[in-house]
Ligand binder design. Structure first.
Ligand SMILES: O=c1ccn([C@@H]2O[C@H](COP(=O)(O)O)[C@@H](O)[C@H]2O)c(=O)[nH]1
Length: 275
């Protein structure tokens, strides 16, 4: 999916929501546990309930990898199900990969070639040759960690040299490798006030913004400081939607939560003249 197609989806659905499929086996509703693949059944129900309100899904690979081959199979079935049934929805592998070039090539092939993901999150720490192998696929995206939502972000990302913070250097330098058509950045909703400075360095790029819902970030603040003329935002909520309820009503409650966020997003898209 390219930049314009993503923007068209945002306008069509009046939403810039990304639903995070952090499908922790320990939280799967008990009535699904007797099926052969409870995580896939859970994801399928969540996807069918929320697809009208979201433009992206983001399975966090950790929740699948931790279960070995069975988990990988659930992940693969989930992304194939989404691509087959909702082909216009943007798929993010939240895998936070990045290694020497020769190894990054293998990670890129795993997620962008052998599974139908549109994008993958990548850690920038190892620099250019660790990132560029992910950029070799047409219509696929790298989502580079810039300023993360967690407390540990303050350990390295604010390190300053020549008046430039490390995350600002990441935003600036990486624009030599990719463009707004194949690179996005992760910026945590918990640090929304930093978005206006980030927009000075990356005015046009899409930003993947996790941290609303369970981590307490404010959607309003994110839109106020981060929205650009093409919206430029994919705001993720995982636990706040998929585990809002863990009874046999989980899918309908997830739908209500996704619809609430979509409605808030619609109002913000109107307020900032995108719709
Ligand atoms: O800075 C970051 C980068 C990634 N994440 C991931 O996003 C989701 C957030 O889940 P919630 O349940 O909505 O808190 C999760 O997969 C994180 O690993 C992030 O939170 N912050």
């Amino acid at each position: 999916m390219n930049y314009q197609a993503l923007f068209e989806q945002i306008k069509k659905k009046k939403s810039f929501l990304c639903v995070g499929l952090d499908s922790d086996m320990k939280k799967i509703p008990t009535h699904l546990l007797s099926s052969t693949d409870p995580v896939f059944e859970f994801n399928k129900a969540i996807v069918d309930a929320t697809a009208d309100y979201t433009v992206a899904y983001k399975p966090n690979v950790a929740f699948y990898e931790c279960r070995g081959a069975v988990g990988w199979r659930s992940l693969e079935k989930t992304v194939i199900y989404i691509k087959d049934n909702y082909p216009d929805i943007f798929l993010i592998a939240d895998a936070k990969r990045g290694d020497i070039g020769n190894t990054s090539k293998m990670y890129a092939s795993a997620f962008l070639e052998n599974m139908p993901f549109d994008s993958i999150t990548v850690a920038p720490y190892m620099g250019e040759d660790s990132v560029t192998p992910f950029l070799e696929y047409d219509n696929k995206w790298v989502i580079l960690l810039a300023l993360t939502s967690n407390k540990g972000a303050f350990d390295f990302q604010f390190f300053e040299e020549n008046n430039k913070k490390m995350f600002e250097k990441v935003l600036e330098k990486s624009q030599e490798w990719g463009t707004k058509e194949n690179m996005m950045y992760v910026v945590g909703a918990t640090k929304a006030e930093m978005l206006s400075d980030i927009r000075k360095i990356a005015p046009d790029h899409f930003l993947l913004v996790p941290g609303v819902g369970a981590q307490g970030g404010s959607l309003k603040e994110v839109a106020k400081y981060g929205m650009n003329q093409s919206c430029g935002l994919l705001v993720n909520s995982s636990r706040g939607i998929i585990f809002a309820d863990t009874s046999d009503q989980f899918a309908i409650i997830a739908q209500i939560k996704a619809k609430e966020l979509q409605k808030e997003m619609e109002n913000l898209l109107i307020e900032y003249s995108i719709l």
